[in-house]
Design a protein around this ligand. Structure first.
Ligand SMILES: C[S@@+](CC[C@H](N)C(=O)[O-])C[C@H]1O[C@@H](n2cnc3c(N)ncnc32)[C@H](O)[C@@H]1O
Length: 300
């Protein structure tokens, strides 16, 4: 297996990579996105990691349904650990229930990029080294060739709107496409906190139009994504906070000065983000939406 190379990764990206690694550990799946809950859970129904994995597969099927006829080459920007890339390149059905779906048999020439060497290793494993991977941020990726479609599956939130739009217009073929799926802020007034790195929907639209793209199709899938937020909060409450409290109780007995110090550090740095994390569903409903958008570049 290829050794991970190192690149200069900004501190903010390193924080994001740490959060993604945590999600990877939690789900143990080859997808790093929220998934698409085809059937919304009934009120009070237990949300499980197995249902999340099904939702993640359904998301890839859903996304693939947006790829127009005639597309052959795809650059998967922020490709994570290869779930989407493997699916797009092999065109394999992801489960028995999808085998009758004709679109699931389509396959593409895919290349992936992400600025994280841990993801690189997992991507190469998951795609058996058959899909080229570039260890790079999108902003630094040189336009040495063109692609029919540039895919941003939950990676648009890590890139500025202008960098995304202008970079995509340089990399896409004439008449080619950008397919993006992500959380977006409905208002620019929501500036601080857990989801504040998401694109402002109106600003992203302006940037893409300025770069020569036109919106072909879009769908709001907020309702079908939201159960994943509930699942993460539930798991965090049940396992994360409970484990944290147990460790704190043990420290208080075994090493009281360390407990006092950590308690102070907790109140200083962690309490606010934790309270906010537990309110994530409300914040999402009040300030954000989740959309899939297909954009086409006018002929160059
Ligand atoms: C939430 S994950 C989504 C992964 C994958 N697309 C999926 O749908 O499962 C976000 C991805 O964006 C990548 N990313 C973060 N900053 C980026 C940047 N500046 N350029 C390209 N990718 C970036 C992360 O490393 C990660 O692979």
């Amino acid at each position: 297996m290829q050794n991970p190379k190192s690149i200069k990764v900004p501190k903010a990206t390193r924080y994001q990579n740490a959060a993604i690694d945590y999600y990877m550990g939690l789900t143990n799946s080859s997808f790093l996105h929220y998934g698409y809950w085809e059937e919304l859970p009934a009120p009070g129904e237990e949300l499980t990691i197995s249902s999340l994995r099904l939702a993640q597969e359904a998301y890839s099927i859903k996304l693939m349904g947006f790829i127009p006829e005639g597309v052959t080459t795809v650059l998967d920007v922020g490709c994570g650990i290869g779930g989407n890339a493997k699916y797009l390149s092999e065109g394999l059905p992801l489960g028995d229930r999808h085998q009758e779906d004709g679109s699931a048999k389509r396959h593409f020439l895919v290349e992936g990029l992400a600025p994280d060497s841990l993801q690189e290793t997992r991507f190469i494993e998951n795609t058996q080294g058959k899909v080229p991977f570039y260890l790079s941020r999108f902003e630094d990726f040189p336009p040495t060739k063109s692609y029919d479609l540039i895919l941003f599956s939950e990676s648009s939130q890590y890139i500025s709107a202008d960098d995304l739009a202008q970079g995509a217009s340089r990399l896409v073929t004439s008449g080619g496409y950008v397919l993006l799926a992500d959380m977006m802020r409905l208002d620019g007034e929501y500036k601080e906190g857990i989801f504040s790195n998401c694109q402002v929907k109106a600003e992203l639209k302006t940037a893409l139009e300025k770069a020569g793209f036109q919106l072909i199709k879009s769908e709001d899938i907020s309702q079908s994504v939201a159960p994943t937020i509930d699942l993460c909060i539930n798991n965090f409450q049940t396992f994360g906070l409970t484990t944290g409290k147990y460790v704190a109780d043990v420290l208080q007995i075994a090493v009281p000065p360390l407990h006092t110090l950590l308690n102070w550090a907790f109140k200083r740095w962690l309490e606010k983000p934790i309270v906010e994390g537990l309110a994530a569903r409300k914040i999402f409903e009040n300030h954000l939406c989740y959309e899939i958008q297909l954009w086409q570049l006018a002929n160059k």
